[in-house]
Design a protein around this ligand. Structure first.
Ligand SMILES: Cc1cc2nc3c(=O)[nH]c(=O)nc-3n(C[C@H](O)[C@H](O)[C@H](O)COP(=O)(O)OP(=O)(O)OC[C@H]3O[C@@H](n4cnc5c(N)ncnc54)[C@H](O)[C@@H]3O)c2cc1C
Length: 261
């Protein structure tokens, strides 16, 4: 942690130029700095991207909401446009961590980090998001690879996250009472062409549940999932909950989400 260079970029071109070798983009620093302090990560250079104005902000069109990568959770939670267009997204942001974390942490930092218990990855999968980077556009289905692993390449900067506006959607989280990270979180979205159900906190990486999606496609109501079997194979067991308990909670959170759609 102790020896690193601190650089600030004022535009994306400059950020791209500075990236390379053992560098990391610094957004809210809520995960990156503790990881460096604990020596879980070592970087020679940190590139502050919070001064790049065009990376922060929210734009709504008839089909989608585009959120700049350095937009904080607090900005999403308090956005009138998000509250009106995709209220579940504002509710999700408002349930992240505590006020300090919500005022520093950013949506881009959250999805780049891909913590298996983070909230935003489930919204990205359920709302069929497109991740716009400095190099390309990546569908959410291809973006989240494994625990703390994404499709991002070295020096690739997330610029915007674009969410499809659903007909209905809701997020239900069973939170860890200390950190507010999800022990299980389920995001349900009824899109124009399909129903998507994304689960976070339960496995090593956010995932979609085909069984829940197919039951809700036939009948979008809480009782539609009564006979759906959620296997606990591959789910996490830790000090907070067993895999069996998490499998049970996935159904409880899904029912809750569908009821409040
Ligand atoms: C006490 C505590 C409680 C929390 N509770 C929750 C919770 O309940 N739910 C939840 O979802 N999260 C929670 N978090 C995580 C938090 O919400 C942040 O989103 C997360 O820590 C990362 O965002 P950041 O902006 O701080 O990113 P940083 O820490 O600055 O960066 C994280 C990683 O992303 C990379 N990165 C950042 N921005 C970009 C970009 N634009 N393009 C490419 N790479 C980028 C960095 O290089 C780094 O590798 C919690 C964190 C803390 C400390």
């Amino acid at each position: 942690m102790k020896n690193f260079n601190f650089k600030s970029a004022t535009n994306t071109k400059e950020a791209k130029k500075l990236a390379g070798g053992r560098t990391a983009f610094l957004a809210g620093g809520m995960t990156l700095l503790p990881a460096m302090k604990l020596r879980l990560a070592v970087y020679s250079d940190l590139i502050n991207i919070k001064k790049i104005k065009r990376l922060s902000g929210i734009k709504v069109s008839s089909k989608s909401i585009k959120i700049g990568s350095t937009t904080t959770h607090a900005m999403v939670a308090s956005s009138k446009e998000v509250g009106k267009t995709i209220p579940s997204l504002a509710i999700l942001a408002d349930g992240i961590g505590d006020p300090q974390v919500r005022n520093r942490g950013t949506i881009g930092g959250s999805i780049a980090n891909n913590d298996p218990a983070a909230d935003y990855p489930s919204a990205c999968l359920a709302l069929n998001a497109t991740i716009h980077t400095s190099k390309r556009k990546i569908q959410a289905d291809k973006f989240f690879k494994e625990m703390f692993e994404t499709d991002l390449r070295k020096g690739e900067l997330i610029e915007v996250i674009e969410f499809e506006i659903p007909e209905k959607s809701s997020y239900s989280k069973f939170p860890n009472p200390a950190s507010r990270y999800a022990i299980v979180g389920v995001f349900v979205a009824k899109l124009k062409k399909e129903v998507r159900v994304a689960v976070t906190g339960a496995g090593s990486c956010v995932f979609r549940s085909e069984n829940l999606e197919s039951a809700l496609t036939k009948n979008f109501s809480p009782s539609a999932i009564d006979n759906v079997n959620i296997s606990d194979k591959d789910l996490n067991t830790d000090i907070h909950a067993s895999a069996e308990y998490r499998a049970h909670i996935i159904k409880v959170m899904t029912r809750k989400a569908v009821s409040s759609c």
